[in-house]
Design a protein around this ligand. Structure first.
Ligand code: GLA
Ligand code: ZN
Length: 675
């Protein structure tokens, strides 16, 4: 449980009353009660209020706000306010301003853009975190500490360049090692002095869109940048912990956010929290995958849904409203995948600036008689009913999907074989096939313990880090089923090709040799022709994007290409290795094929759906103290029939007993406790 003081799912979110007068704040408190709001995230962007100049701090307004919330029964998620530096700081100390990839230094404005290496920023952000911790260490209102806000982006200033060189020296010790790792004899890039190394930008190795002429330096800069921003977070985190050792400290992450290696970040967070902003056209399976990734960051530990919009966003091109019921549905989808809080951005709409048309619990009209407020209050009532029932419940999965930021960076920085390769899409394709069948899946890192899984899937495992091949071999040898796809096993952790034939270190386990890799134009397809039927798979399937031209070195050939000069070469192989099997999918298939393939691999392992449901009805499970909770979520607008079988369930939201065939309303949710 995040806090014994509030033994239920926290319900509330970002609250910025400093944008309004006191009478409005009192109205807010009245309405919070009506909606069952019991937590407010405050002080996210108030650095300028807290520190009006270099020598003055003023927390009186914050004292009053925290007290007034607490007296009204609202707990606090206290931010450190360092997500936007004050104007005076930027004017006096330009080192807080980031430099972009074209070498331009920013002016004051915007947010989330302080240079992570700035001595000024680091000094004052740590200091204010320290002051806040000192001041509020004994305040009973505070449940969680929220450092900064949505860290991200990059900086290429001289301070960052100097930090990068130190980071490189720690990593490589000698320039000789670095020159080898980056293969600098290519294009005469040999470095003879550390000072010669400059960050990869549009002025050096990049040409827009993050394409790089030197993947080694670019990859290391991504790693450095993630570590460097993390360093700033850790200073604030440690400042709070030094004063309140048992505090819960987090920062709000952004799901599958490319610039930061969240597996590394999560090690320094007491609880993962994240902001979920799917578009109305985002596949619900993609949102589910993002939740599972967030749950995977701390090895399955429940997380906080820190932000979502109750109705619409402002920053998309077309900010459609969440249709009636969708906010509730997506809230429970987060819970179904491991969230123990439901929180919003934001409690009341701003009157000015760019977020005035962003959805909020309290609309501009200012009263509670709105659709959005009614829907929020309805969920608030349900959460009181649920109490602590599902808190801390975990997800048990027999299938793990490997996800790796270094692999992501490396493959998408690669010049060739295709610009169309998108790691997230590839991971999502395999995830979605499991999602469609209600098969519980964990997203895992290369450091995860594989022994608890029966199946491990690593879409496009382009980079094989030290020790990983052996770890996967051990997994398969012990009886596991492993599946990877085209363009895998190609490089080591420095993006240097593993010579001697693809898929390099995975070659023995997969029992194949990939001789060439063909990239298809967007309008070109090839065919996967099954040799025999395999479960539901038979006949032809379409494939594209990349086609590996491979030879079996012992693997069974289950399907062959149907077209082009490599017609008849293997496209789906399975190699028996020890007690297990290693599968290779040599191209990018249509969804039907992935559905059938994963079904057959799951069937062989006895992994069955949680429930068999109509399309668009998702089922996810959490378990606690031997008690299972099935979340049944109808993403369709129309009612659907779901077959529960002979088990007896209690729907915790309606407090009714269910069994056999039941109807679930369009966009409806059931939380079923197995009786
Ligand atoms: C992010 C930020 C919030 C707000 C929302 C708007 O999640 O953390 O401050 O800007 O986006 O969607
Ligand atoms: Zn910088």
């Amino acid at each position: 449980m995040i806090s014994n003081k509030l033994p239920k799912m926290f319900y509330g979110g970002d609250y910025n009353p400093e944008q309004y007068d006191h009478a409005t704040h009192l109205e807010d408190l009245r309405m919070f009660k009506l909606a069952g709001i019991d937590i407010a995230t405050i002080n996210v962007f108030s650095w300028a209020l807290n520190q009006p100049n270099e020598d003055t701090y003023n927390f009186t307004w914050l004292d009053q706000l925290i007290d007034s919330l607490y007296e009204s029964g609202v707990y606090v998620c206290l931010a450190t306010s360092t997500a936007a530096h004050p104007a005076w700081m930027a004017t006096k100390y330009p080192d807080v301003l980031r430099v972009d990839t074209n070498g331009q230094r920013r002016k004051f404005g915007g947010r989330h853009n302080s240079c992570p290496s700035s001595p000024t920023y680091l000094k004052y952000s740590e200091r204010i975190a320290h002051k806040l911790a000192e001041r509020y260490k004994d305040h009973p209102a505070i449940l969680v500490w929220h450092v900064s806000n949505e860290y991200g982006g990059e900086c290429y200033c001289d301070n960052c360049a100097a930090g990068f060189r130190i980071w490189l020296q720690e990593k490589y010790s000698t320039l000789d090692n670095l020159n080898k790792a980056w293969n600098t004899n290519f294009w005469g890039h040999t470095f003879y002095d550390w000072e010669e190394i400059v960050p990869p930008t549009n002025l050096s190795e990049h040409w827009g869109n993050n394409s790089s002429t030197f993947q080694g330096i670019s990859l290391d800069y991504s790693r450095f940048n993630s570590d460097n921003i993390l360093h700033g977070y850790r200073l604030e985190h440690d400042a709070i912990k030094a004063i309140i050792p048992d505090s819960i400290v987090t920062t709000n992450l952004m799901g599958a956010y490319k610039p930061l290696d969240y597996f590394k970040w999560a090690k320094h967070m007491d609880i993962v929290s994240w902001d979920s902003y799917p578009g109305l056209d985002t596949p619900v399976s993609f949102t589910a995958m993002a939740h599972d990734l967030m749950r995977g960051l701390k090895d399955g530990q429940p997380f906080m849904l820190m932000e979502q919009t109750p109705s619409q966003q402002n920053w998309q091109a077309y900010n459609s409203l969440k249709r009636p019921g969708v906010m509730r549905l997506w809230s429970y989808q987060a819970v179904a995948h491991g969230a123990d809080t439901i929180m919003f951005f934001q409690m009341r709409r701003s009157a000015g600036a760019c977020e005035k048309y962003h959805g909020a619990v309290i609309e501009h009209v200012g009263h509670e008689h709105t659709r959005v407020f009614r829907e929020v209050a309805e969920v608030g009532r349900e959460l009181q009913l649920l109490g602590d029932k599902t808190l801390d419940a975990v997800t048990e999965s027999k299938v793990g999907i490997l996800f790796d930021w270094d692999n992501w960076w490396a493959m998408e920085k690669s010049s060739g074989p295709t610009v169309a390769l998108n790691y997230l899409d590839q991971v999502h394709k395999y995830y979605a096939a499991l999602f469609r069948r209600n098969i519980s899946t964990d997203i895992i890192s290369v450091d995860s313990d594989l022994s608890k899984y029966d199946i491990v899937i690593a879409p496009v495992l382009y980079m094989v880090k030290p020790g990983l091949a052996k770890k996967l071999e051990d997994f398969v040898q012990a009886g596991g089923s492993f599946l990877t796809t085209f363009f895998s096993g190609v490089v080591n952790e420095n993006d240097l090709v593993t010579l001697g034939g693809y898929p390099g270190e995975l070659r023995k386990m997969l029992g194949i040799w990939v001789e060439e890799i063909d990239a298809l134009f967007p309008d070109k397809r090839n065919k996967i022709v099954m040799k025999d039927s395999l479960g539901d798979l038979q006949g032809d399937y379409s494939c594209g994007l990349l086609c590996d031209l491979l030879h079996s070195e012992g693997a069974d050939i289950l399907a062959e290409y149907g077209e082009d000069f490599y017609q008849g070469m293997p496209v789906l192989t399975r190699n028996k290795f020890g007690k297990g099997e290693a599968w290779y999918v040599a191209s990018d298939p249509e969804d039907n094929f992935i559905d059938g393939l994963l079904k057959s691999i799951c069937d062989a392992k006895g992994i069955t759906p949680l429930l068999v449901t109509p399309a668009g009805v998702e089922v996810s499970r959490r378990s606690k103290d031997g008690q299972d909770f099935l979340f049944v979520m109808n993403h369709n607008a129309e009612e659907q029939a779901v077959e529960l079988g002979s088990l007896q369930f209690r729907d915790l939201l309606t407090e009714t007993d269910l069994t056999g065939t039941v109807q679930i309303a369009g966009r409806g949710v059931q939380i079923l406790e197995v009786k």
